[in-house]
Design a binder for this molecule. Structure first.
Ligand code: HEC
Ligand code: HEC
Ligand code: HEC
Length: 117
């Protein structure tokens, strides 16, 4: 029964886990989040892009569900998203926020995200 429910609603399980995690840590010290995630670099990329949780998560209000799982699925079974500007320009992935309003735009400071060697 439980197993069946889980396999039918894996997304729901993730949301529930993230909401619980967020609630449990709110106001306390944060658990160790994966940091310095190096995003797969395509051949024509102007430089490595690194995603940092510590610059994106407010300790007082972790709100993991702003990003997980809808923008960025993190189930082992879910396919890794492919980051391209074509996709991000449509307001998906990083482009959901990096639009020049919620956060600096994809069109502005390239070195805000890309670090060339
Ligand atoms: C601003 C968006 C954002 C927020 C908010 C956010 N994350 Fe993430 N998280 C990401 C991105 C982007 C990745 C990398 C996804 C990928 O694999 O491409 C990631 C990856 C992860 C991973 C997988 C790491 C790995 O090694 O593959 C975990 C676990 C995770 N986040 C947990 C959390 C938790 C818990 C919270 C809330 C405290 C949180 N995240 C809040 C954007 C966010
Ligand atoms: C939920 C909204 C949101 C999403 C999604 C998001 N960001 Fe951000 N990001 C922000 C905000 C807000 C800032 C703070 C800077 C600002 O206000 O312009 C920021 C800052 C940054 C910075 C500068 C700080 C640092 O860590 O060096 C980088 C780089 C960055 N984001 C990369 C990314 C990348 C890459 C992705 C996609 C994998 C992403 N962000 C997804 C909201 C977001
Ligand atoms: C908010 C973060 C962010 C900003 C700002 C940003 N990029 Fe990117 N860009 C990415 C991510 C994430 C990828 C995918 C990883 C990779 O290939 O390095 C990427 C990939 C690329 C690629 C290869 C794949 C594709 O979509 O064409 C090029 C070329 C590129 N960026 C150019 C730029 C230029 C030029 C600027 C400045 C005008 C810029 N980027 C600003 C996040 C950003």
């Amino acid at each position: 029964m439980t197993r069946q429910w889980r396999s039918r609603f894996p997304g729901l399980m993730v949301v529930a886990a993230l909401v619980l995690w967020g609630t449990a840590v709110a106001g306390q010290s944060m658990p160790k989040l994966p940091d310095g995630l190096l995003l797969a670099k395509s051949a024509d990329s102007p430089g490595q892009v690194t995603f940092n949780h510590f610059t994106h998560v407010d300790e007082a209000n972790p709100a993991c569900t702003r990003c997980h799982p809808s923008l960025f699925p993190i189930l082992k079974s879910s396919p890794k998203p492919t980051y391209t500007h074509e996709v991000m320009a449509k307001g998906r992935l990083c482009g959901a926020c990096h639009d020049g309003k919620k956060a600096f735009s994809l069109e502005d400071d390239c070195s805000g995200c890309h670090v060339s060697e």
